[in-house]
Design a protein around this ligand. Sequence first.
Ligand code: PMP
Length: 464
Amino acid sequence: MHTAVDTQLIQALDSAHFLHPFTDLKDLQARGARVITRAQDIYVWDSEDRRMLDAMSGLWCVNVGYGRKELADAASQQMMTLPYYNSFFQTTNVPAAKLAAKLAALAPDVGERSFKHVFYSSSGSESNDSNVRMVRRYWDLLGQPQRKTIISRMNAYHGSTMAGASLGGMRDMHAQGDLPIPGITHIGQPYFFENGAPGESAEDFGVRAAGWLETKILEVGAEKVAAFIAEPLQGAGGVIIPPASYWPEIQRIVDKYGILLISDEVICAFGRLGHWFGYEKFGYKPDLITFAKAITGGYIPLGGVMVGNRVAKVLIEQGGEFTHGYTYSGHPVACAVALANLDIMERENLPGRVRDDVGPYLARAFAQLETHPLVGVAETCGFVGGLVLVRNPQTREKFKADLNVGMVCRGHCFANGLIMRAVGDRMIIAPPLTMTHAQIDEMLALIVKCLDSTYADVRKNGWL
Ligand code: PMP
């Protein structure tokens, strides 16, 4: 079904009125935005009826694929029953209460560190703002108001609000608007390919990289540190997968100093790594979990924080108003869609499918890309993957940054009907968890084609 859209008209309206996020606005005005009009399964179509395989699940969120009628039905039913009501003044609504209970049931029961409570927002950024306020409130209630500092990591992405962008470790975001805000500081990321010392094993590097947290805690003063926040693996930073030794050492360090651990699972939760939550994959136990995106399959905005017993107990038992919340905290339509989405994920066993079937299948196919003359390393974790474009795979020599080889490759992806993202010279994927083996093969064939075209450009331009 091709919906007739006047591409030029929409592009003109867009250019005249729509300021896009994370976009060079001048550049976009010159070229005109790509108009996406419809989607089904793992494919999206533009206004010229060009089909593209969406290897990014939108923005890491459409884990169940496009065109799920059940989700549209859940939204429409809830809109006709109760489209909105707030949860401020001692009121609740049916989907919000049920979803909180459902999320609590999905998180593994680990005693003191179990998750029985949820605080709702509408996005990952808002959720991380909530985290900052909540951990500071927690320490205030415990009579340790000096514990304010939150440690995060360079190249992390935790959102785009003042707190989110500050928690994140993106230099170009910090450069705009005097960020980070006070009380947030960063350590290095566990990126073995780039930061491993010559001769050092990945496991040794993982322990060394985790040690940067202890160094930072001692530098700030342990009694002033409130929390450490990290993604299980860094997603928007380029799918940086930590060595297996990293997280156990981080856990040891936060436990040693009694610091709260926030797992930002906006990308990694809901089956992405083959588990309901990403921390299960890496075997650590957070106190707070940030979620958003795939909780609704991206069909409607919803985010939140899963609050572990350690924090929830203090907030609840000590009482007093936590002066924080959003108009849309526990939005009934968003929560109804989330419930229907989690039903699909359970029924189709998507986390298990990623863990035992399509995840390993993708891992084997993706690793083959390391034989390509442009690829330094190609690795996956569950259903995310990243590869590095390098000048020389043997020596791992990189291209000069200003050549923008990643963007050249991304251009070939679009031209060939594949949506893959470039982060510097890392090309990354996070496809829908519903992909069949045949669709994985189709995606890999497209990736190879785009790598070949990029390689041809690189040779033609004399960049080797
Ligand atoms: N945390 C992480 C780990 C993310 O990947 C993102 C978004 N990519 C966010 C937070 C921010 O989420 P949102 O864009 O919904 O505010």
